[in-house]
Design a binder for this molecule. Structure first.
Ligand code: NAP
Length: 284
């Protein structure tokens, strides 16, 4: 059994991005730029934004931070996005979710230039991903695919189960596994017999935010188990897998923390570089 080291793979991805930027962006060529917009003072979001800024610095990406007060109007936010869409020094735009209740996340997502949508949430990018020709795929599922590739896990022909069908994790995860020729099942809260599906799966990606819900007796011997779930329980971070019992059955397993978590920001750096290259007509 191998415990997948997300921190190490994340560091490797960021080093690759930094290396490529060093080669591509020699003076007077500008560096890629990522604009991060935060509305309000949600402490968890503030931490994410800070971490994104740090990752940008490490990779040689220019980061532009826009901190708006919680009471800011939707109109003002859409104006800001419009100006970032037109700003040539900005390749990627990310609006940190969740947004205050009076702002429509759908309207905000759709207002971002789809060529700068490094989160991959715009309907145009969702459509391209569903067609199997992604421009930008969402960062967390992309990070899972990179972990599988890094550890030599073949997806082709495998029974893959994704537990969760959110727009940011479950659905794009299923689409990426399908594009990699997996035979994909998507489970959700209305799935009748989850254990039937988990026992049949060669690869399980758990993304339901139900700590410890998937236990060792529910998985088959030698399965590859990827845990996207992060829930704070009594001050500690817990995944959706019951780690100890699942690890006894798995061939590969990700821990929480230190598995999928660190991959999300690394893939955001990758997507920002990808956006820069696409916009400059450089082959990706
Ligand atoms: P979400 O929007 O709440 O979606 C949860 C999904 O799980 C829903 O599709 C829901 O089904 C399904 N679900 C809930 N209870 C279930 C059950 N008992 N059996 C089967 N499916 C069930 O959450 P999310 O944004 O996708 O995030 C999922 C987890 O990943 C959370 O713990 C989140 O913190 C974590 N996460 C981690 C990262 C990272 O960087 N590692 C990034 C994003 C999210 P319905 O659709 O039927 O309601």
């Amino acid at each position: 059994m191998t415990v997948i080291d997300g921190k190490a793979v994340s560091a490797k991805v960021k080093a690759e991005v930094a290396e490529e930027i060093k080669k591509l962006c020699r003076e007077p060529e500008r560096a890629p730029g990522l604009a991060v917009v935060l509305v309000g003072e949600d402490p968890a979001s503030q931490v994410y934004v800070r971490n994104k800024k740090r990752a940008c610095e490490a990779c040689g990406i220019n980061s532009f931070e826009y901190l708006l007060s919680a009471g800011e109007s939707e109109e003002r936010l859409l104006e800001l996005i419009d100006s970032l869409n037109r700003d040539e020094s900005v390749d990627g735009i990310l609006v940190q979710m969740p947004l205050p209740k009076h702002i429509s996340p759908a309207r905000v997502t759709e207002s971002i230039d789809p060529y700068k949508d490094v989160d991959g949430f715009h309907s145009q990018n969702v459509g391209l991903l569903t067609q199997g020709t992604p421009r930008f795929a969402p960062c967390t599922p992309l990070g899972v695919m990179r972990l599988l590739a890094e550890y030599g896990v073949e997806v082709k022909g495998k029974n893959c189960l994704v537990v969760g069908r959110s727009n940011i994790v479950g659905k794009p995860m299923s689409a990426l596994l399908l594009a990699a020729d997996g035979t994909v099942t998507t489970a959700h809260s209305r799935t009748a017999d989850l254990a039937f599906h988990t026992r049949n799966a060669d690869i399980i990606v758990a993304a339901c935010g139900r700590p410890g819900m998937i236990t060792g007796d529910m998985v088959k011997e030698g399965a590859v188990l990827i845990d996207v779930g992060i829930t704070r329980v009594d001050g500690a971070l817990k995944g959706d897998l019951d780690f100890d019992s699942c690890a006894r059955k798995a061939s590969f397993i990700t821990p929480v923390p230190g598995g999928v978590g660190p991959m999300t920001i690394a893939m955001l750096m990758r997507n920002t570089l990808r956006s820069y290259k696409l916009r400059k007509g450089i082959e990706v």
